[in-house]
Design a protein around this ligand. Structure first.
Ligand SMILES: NC(=O)c1ccc[n+]([C@@H]2O[C@H](COP(=O)([O-])OP(=O)(O)OC[C@H]3O[C@@H](n4cnc5c(N)ncnc54)[C@H](OP(=O)(O)O)[C@@H]3O)[C@@H](O)[C@H]2O)c1
Length: 270
């Protein structure tokens, strides 16, 4: 089974979806039709995701769950217990996908030291698929050689019309690694771009819907979030938009290499 065959391409991000309001927003997403929820140990939303999933009445296997291992849990003997704690917070026996959230800060730890425990966690059934996030081409090369071909299922990276990450995305596509776009609607800033605003009018849509339709048309997954019901619903309905090849090409010209998330301890980007 490949991740490409089972992961719903449009997921709901849960950063910031905290407490009762957060549970409401996640429930709203599930009611709107999202069947993929993205959380992480550092977001502090695993409990909210688990609670909303239970309250929704949906069966466990109807919703694809992703979590991410915090770099704080890359030390010896820490990754598997931390994932077990995530499962307790999510109130599930297994997650569908577990990612290494970032490469080791400042590259201080060799990748094998924290990738191998993730592969072992997969072997022991704690997660169906494994992947990475914020990995560069050089790190993906290393990860593929440690894990073996086909095992690194996705790379979750910042990608939207303003930062299209073309070189990295091509590498992923060429090597069968699904690209998952985080910050896929550029945190609501796309309305700055007159070309996107004009195009959105032509499609009777919003720049955010265009961005999501663009990412899906490229074969990527995307995980937008919002705390507002109308936006949760309208972002989800982006799946219905069919962009013409000319408009996909026009969106490709809007790339500004405008990266919003670049901590100083992060990798040197491609
Ligand atoms: N792997 C990583 O390192 C990483 C890093 C960042 C994020 N992520 C994941 O990616 C998910 C999404 O990223 P993100 O939250 O940074 O950014 P995003 O989804 O691109 O943008 C969310 C922001 O846009 C606003 N928004 C939502 N829908 C909108 C619409 N239709 N029109 C205008 N504004 C809209 C939201 O405000 P309102 O709530 O007011 O609607 C919110 O402030 C996160 O929740 C998380 O799961 C992963």
């Amino acid at each position: 089974m490949k991740l490409h065959d089972v992961m719903p391409r449009l997921g709901f991000g849960t950063y910031g979806r905290w407490n009762a309001e957060g549970i409401e927003a996640i429930l709203c997403a599930l009611e709107a039709g999202y069947r993929h929820l993205d959380t992480a140990q550092t977001y502090d939303t695993e409990t909210e995701v688990g609670t909303a999933l239970k309250q929704s009445g949906l069966a466990r296997d109807e919703v694809f769950l992703t979590t991410k291992i915090s770099t704080d849990n890359y030390g010896e003997g820490r990754l598997t217990p931390s994932l077990e704690e995530s499962l307790v917070r999510l109130d599930v026996d297994q997650v569908d996908l577990t990612l290494l959230h970032w490469p080791s800060p400042n590259g201080t730890q060799p990748l094998a030291e924290y990738l191998e425990p993730l592969l072992e966690a997969q072997d022991s059934g704690l997660t169906r698929f494994v992947g990475v996030s914020n990995f560069t081409i050089a790190l993906l090369d290393q990860a593929r050689s440690i894990a073996g071909e086909g095992r690194i299922a996705t790379n979750q990276v910042e990608l939207n019309p303003f930062i299209q990450n073309k070189k990295l995305a091509k590498y992923c596509v060429d090597h069968g690694i699904l690209v998952t776009c985080y910050q896929p609607i550029a945190h609501g800033r796309l309305g700055d771009d007159a070309v996107l605003v004009d195009m959105a009018e032509r499609y009777n849509s919003s720049p955010e819907q265009l961005a999501l339709a663009f990412e899906l048309a490229k074969g990527y997954a995307a995980i937008p979030t919002s705390g507002k019901p109308e936006r949760i619903v309208s972002n989800f309905s982006a799946q219905r938009l069919q962009l013409s090849p000319e408009d996909i090409a026009l969106i490709e010209t809007r790339d500004r290499n405008l990266r919003a998330i670049a901590p100083d301890w992060g990798p040197d980007w491609d």
